[in-house]
Design a protein around this ligand. Structure first.
Ligand code: VG1
Ligand code: CO
Length: 543
């Protein structure tokens, strides 16, 4: 089989964002665009000849074509073996699990996560390292630098590899091993949680609804929830993965998972509802007529971790991304364990987990996970909740309200302004940064600004510094507003405003978050001049 060395022109826009390189499908279909990026990864990671790679994606449009290209390039770049999920499918946490279990050199995950798919939708690619976690910023920066000067790539001239049947085949000197996409992951889940307890909960008449949103988690949820735990067949909805997610937006939040939300807020609602995103790493948790804020979910999981077999000995520490509410900080304090605050994106948790400093991590964006893998993990979070419920036997709403009574409530909301003009969005951020000197001391009704800054983070393990990770407006009573530009979008700019106010008084815990945060919302709009600068006065998504 011949190895071709193909001459290529570099692109200047292959900078990975919060989680890999994400672009519209047509961008990836440009001449040599995907090939250049893949070769930049291979040139950067310098795997030893014969190394093993993991490969899979969330099944969105262009997944299959990309997998064939990457397999042929891996063969031409000296890899000895590639473990690829059957049909080219691997959820992000399953890919992380497989990298760790088989101690491979690393893996390539094809996903644009919660972004819509299809011929005009989004596609994405990212590299995960041998710990199973997303490449650190040092590595993604090196890949980007390489992509700007790359002038050739290597690929074998071969027919496409069959991906639908489990087994091995040869591609040049490399073995392509098609693996069951679900088995290793399901086995890991069974080793962490009390499956007999969850089984008996489900057998007791407890009903659950899991919305796979026509994305990657369908097969995983059926195997684990239905087959292994005995949930009824109709417990998993939208279970068939589709290349365009059924024209949906596979983002598990109150806006995009509305089908599930209607069921959970309807007559005769089940006791428990959950959804996951395109690549299976996010989760939304709902009770009967009750929504659990992701930040609260993380806090509640930390507080109840000892109920779960895998965490029965206690957790070493917790970490949350900066915009995530401080609810988990209060639990950590109570437990006497450290709590780390990192920039947005799972890549910042890996070092802390590898060093044994934290066990649980989470983000306000519906991401929670632990050191069982090095990605956030949607179904894992669902099983964590089911395991807690199997032991506590209380409604979700009761559990959360009791948690608030003990720790106080960090009232929280995120307002997203999607698809803004890039310049207008950047203008808002610049204005805020320019106001750092004048804002402290200013009062707005009962709120007075204490300080403002631009969050920066020095990784305590490798010392690397990440700057400009979000503008923080901190108030005297501990409330805060955070402004950040999204790093996962593919069109225009998305401005995220994160609002948080601490409420110790349990007589006020039933207030709707939007009402409780109404003053903060006004302050955010006023100091950012958002309405005049962007022409928008309402967010596109509220979570
Ligand atoms: C968003 C979330 C962030 C998450 C990232 C990847 O990033 O805010 O918390 O880690 O998506 O999640 P941004 O830069 O758009 O705010 V996933 O499930 O899309 O891989
Ligand atoms: Co995701």
């Amino acid at each position: 089989m011949t190895i071709q060395v193909v001459a290529s022109q570099p692109y200047q826009d292959q900078k990975p964002g919060t989680s890999g390189l994400r672009k519209r499908v047509p961008a990836f279909q440009q001449v040599h665009y995907l090939q250049n990026f893949v070769q930049s990864i291979f040139d950067t990671i310098q795997a030893a000849p014969g190394a093993t790679l993991v490969l899979g994606g969330d099944g969105r449009y262009y997944n299959r074509q990309a997998i064939q290209i990457i397999l042929k390039m891996a063969a031409a770049n000296g890899f000895g073996r590639v473990l690829v999920g059957q049909g080219g499918i691997l959820s992000t946490p399953a890919a992380s699990c497989v990298i760790r279990k088989y101690k491979t050199f690393g893996g390539i995950i094809l996903s644009a996560s919660h972004n819509p798919g299809g011929p005009d939708g989004d596609f994405g690619i990212k590299y995960n390292m041998e710990n199973g976690g997303p490449a650190t910023e040092t590595v993604t920066e090196a890949i980007y630098a390489r992509s700007k000067v790359i002038n050739e790539y290597r690929i074998v001239d071969a027919a496409d590899v069959a991906l639908d049947v489990i087994g091995e085949s040869q591609l040049g000197n490399m073995v392509v091993q098609v693996i069951d996409a679900v088995a290793d992951y399901a086995e890991l889940m069974e080793s962490l949680f009390d499956f007999p307890a969850i089984r008996s909960l489900l057998a007791s008449g407890f009903r659950l609804k899991f919305d796979a949103m026509h994305a990657v988690t369908g097969p995983y949820a059926r195997e684990i929830l239905v087959k292994r735990l005995g949930a009824s067949e109709d417990s998993v909805m939208n279970a068939v993965p589709l290349e365009d997610f059924g024209q949906g937006h596979p983002d598990p939040n109150l806006t995009y998972a509305h089908e599930l939300v209607e069921i959970m807020y309807g007559d005769n609602a089940p006791e428990f509802g959950a959804a996951s995103d395109g690549d299976g790493d996010r989760n939304m948790i709902l009770g009967d007529h009750f929504f659990v804020t992701p930040s609260d979910s993380l806090a509640l999981m930390a507080a109840n971790a000892r109920l779960i077999p895998a965490y029965a000995a206690g957790i070493a520490g917790v970490a949350r991304s900066m915009p995530t509410s401080a609810a988990v900080d209060r639990v950590a304090e109570e437990l006497g364990i450290p709590c780390y605050e990192t920039p947005t994106g799972w890549k910042f948790f890996g070092n802390l987990m590898d060093a044994g400093k934290v066990t649980l991590c989470g983000e306000e964006s519906f991401g929670t996970g632990s050191d069982h893998v090095r990605e956030k993990d949607g179904l894992w979070a669902v099983l964590f909740w089911l395991n807690i419920l199997a032991i506590k036997r209380q409604p979700v709403a009761t559990l959360v309200k009791r948690h608030w009574r003990q720790f106080g409530r960090n009232v929280y909301s995120r307002h997203d302004y999607e698809n803004l003009q890039t310049e207008a969005a950047q203008g808002v951020m610049t204005l805020l940064r320019d106001s750092f000197a004048s804002l402290p001391g200013k009062s707005f009704g009962r709120y007075t600004i204490a300080s403002c800054d631009d969050f920066s983070y020095t990784d305590p393990i490798d010392g690397s510094l990440s700057t400009k990770q979000g503008v923080r407006i901190l108030f005297e009573d501990g409330s805060r507003i955070v402004f950040r530009l999204s790093g996962t979008g593919t069109e225009g700019a998305t401005l995220r405003i994160y609002l948080e106010a601490y409420e110790p008084d349990s007589t006020k815990h039933d207030l709707d978050a939007q009402d409780a945060l109404a003053d903060m919302i006004k302050i955010a709009l006023s100091i950012s001049e958002l309405v005049t600068r962007t022409g928008r006065d309402t967010p596109t998504v509220i979570t």
